[in-house]
Design a protein around this ligand. Structure first.
Ligand SMILES: Cc1cc2nc3c(=O)[nH]c(=O)nc-3n(C[C@H](O)[C@H](O)[C@H](O)COP(=O)(O)O)c2cc1C
Length: 226
């Protein structure tokens, strides 16, 4: 690394830290004020799943040897090692049938620029529209879990377990076999959320992700309620 790049790197790290301290101080002040003003009054909101923000993903599977995709918001990591992701999927969806057919699937993360096509995939079924040609498809280690080149990050999974008796949706748990990231979206060897710009979702609609507000496993170290 040249000395200029190194100095630039140190300056940028310093700027990020200054920025964080400023945001953190503002958040601390707001939180302390809300505590002083008394705890917020609560209203029952029922049983609808309101676990905001939902991630917005595009799940892919081959159905009858052809790629098909569906938009999925019910997705989350459920195990660290080996990496496992659980999906809540309706059994009637074409992609779900493909998952059951091949025991493999992909999870693709669209970015903000892909919000329209992501919505399109979520309101049109492969029963009536052709979704295999919407993107440049590619395959990885599993050979039969189609992934989307245009998405910055793709995860290919092998089905570990399915649960079919919980209600309107099935649970599909997939073991992560490999993750692929566009080189433009990697910083210091890690996938960079600020470059990926993933989409999030609440029942109202789609949202972009916000600012970096603090280092995990660090900013809480000196927290003191008083
Ligand atoms: C924002 C959004 C989120 C969605 N999340 C889910 C979900 O978590 N689970 C699910 O089964 N369907 C979900 N859907 C619906 C499917 O994406 C949709 O029914 C899709 O057309 C199914 O396509 P397919 O039949 O070609 O597989 C979602 C749709 C949208 C627009």
């Amino acid at each position: 690394m040249s000395i200029t790049i190194y100095i630039w790197y140190l300056i940028s790290i310093e700027k990020i830290n200054e920025f964080n301290i400023d945001i953190l101080n503002k958040l601390d002040n707001l939180y302390n004020r809300s505590i002083k003003e008394g705890f917020m009054e609560k209203k029952k909101m029922g049983k609808k799943p309101n676990m905001f923000p939902f991630p917005v993903t595009i799940v892919g599977a081959n159905y009858k040897c052809k790629p098909n995709y569906m938009t999925i918001a019910f997705a989350g990591v459920v195990n660290m090692n080996p990496g496992m992701i659980a999906l809540g999927v309706n059994a009637k969806h074409v992609t779900t049938r493909g998952i059951y057919e091949n025991k493999t699937f992909s999870i693709n993360f669209p970015n903000e620029e892909m919000v329209k096509v992501t919505d399109y995939i979520g309101i049109n079924s492969g029963k009536t529209v052709e979704k295999s040609k919407l993107f440049e498809n590619f395959y990885g280690q599993l050979k039969n879990a189609p992934m989307i080149k245009e998405c910055p990050v793709n995860i290919e999974c092998r089905v570990y377990k399915t649960i079919q008796d919980i209600g309107s949706d099935d649970i599909v748990i997939g073991e992560i076999i490999e993750t692929y990231a566009g080189t433009d979206f990697i910083t210091h060897g890690e996938i960079d959320i600020e470059k990926v710009k993933p989409i999030t979702f609440s029942w109202k609609g789609y949202y972009s992700t916000g600012n970096f507000i603090g280092k995990a496993w660090e900013i809480g170290k000196n927290y003191n309620k008083d």
